[in-house]
Design a protein around this ligand. Structure first.
Ligand code: PAF
Length: 297
């Protein structure tokens, strides 16, 4: 995209549509002019991590469509859904300021009309990690993302690496179902102390927030040790779990070394890998991950 085109996009007004028919009409007009479209699916409560997705989408395509839908099907606990932060007015301001052209903000009845009976299940990559701790979560994610991709039919859709298993799941689904959309992963945005941005961070008490960055420190130190082959993965991960425990994380759902492409469990970093963690701090569940790039030996 040229600088002039980006400027025009950033100055353009944010349009809002709430029905699939209106979304298709607007995206159809963009496509009719031969212009490319990127989609950024979100559940709102936007922070800098989402805005990095919007900026990435702007670099990739002429138009950026964001969706805002708090998807009830991907919450395994009703209290988590009820506590999910909502601020459509604030989200709209941030989207407009960052060059998003079109916001698709459907209601639940638009996405799941009475009689809705379909679920998209992606096997294998969804089974460990989050899948083992949040039953039904990835079927909810895959179902809503399949719908959003088919409703909008963008050229590109952008997802954060912060939810790495989600990214791999969506890439697998799009490949398996021949959905003609390129899926881009965008690096995690972090606070100065390393804590990954997340809408859940605002639930942390001041004291917990001060300790929360230890999760990233444990990830990076363990990833370095794994990449250098300093001991077995089992020993390095046990030390990492113990360190998280000392910082007050309890329980630790997992701290696991997995293959970067298909999330199979690894006992050493002898291929591109990912170190993933989920752990609770003062009642708030935090997840994060980093790449593990095997050192040349
Ligand atoms: O990552 C999220 O915010 C959600 O899981 C997504 C991809 C928007 C689907 O609801």
């Amino acid at each position: 995209m040229t600088r002039a085109a980006m400027q025009t996009a950033s100055q353009s007004e944010l349009q809002i549509v709430r029905s699939v028919a209106d979304l298709r009409r607007q995206v159809g007009a963009m496509r009719g002019r031969g212009e490319s479209v990127a989609l950024v699916p979100t559940m709102g409560a936007l922070h800098d991590g989402h805005l990095a997705l919007i900026r990435h989408a702007r670099r990739r395509c002429r138009h950026v469509v964001a969706s805002l839908f708090v998807n009830p099907k991907q919450f395994d606990r009703p209290d988590d859904l009820a506590a999910y932060p909502r601020d459509e007015a604030g989200d709209r301001e941030q989207l407009a300021a960052n060059g998003c052209d079109l916001l698709f903000a459907p209601g639940v009845a638009q996405m799941y009309p009475a009689g809705f009976a379909t679920s998209v299940n992606v096997a294998q990559v969804t089974e460990p990690l989050e899948g083992a701790h949040r039953p039904g979560h990835f079927a909810g994610v895959a179902t809503v993302v399949a719908k959003l991709l088919l409703q909008c039919l963008p050229d590109v859709a952008a997802f954060g690496e912060k939810d790495y298993q989600q990214l791999i799941t969506i890439q697998r689904m799009v490949r398996d179902l021949d959905i003609p959309v390129e899926i881009d992963g965008v690096p995690t945005v972090r606070e100065a102390d390393g804590l990954a941005l997340s809408s859940r961070n605002r639930r942390l008490s001041a004291d917990a927030r001060a300790r929360a960055a230890e999760i990233h420190a444990v990830l990076t130190d363990s990833a370095d040790a794994l990449a250098d082959g300093r001991g077995s993965a089992a020993t390095i991960l046990a030390k990492g779990r113990a360190r998280l425990g000392r910082a007050g994380f309890e329980p630790i759902d997992y701290l696991d070394l997995r293959a970067a492409d298909d999330l199979t469990q690894l006992d050493r970093a002898d291929r591109p890998a990912r170190l993933l963690v989920a752990a609770w701090l003062d009642g708030v569940r935090l997840i994060d991950n980093v790449p593990v790039v095997p050192a040349r030996r």
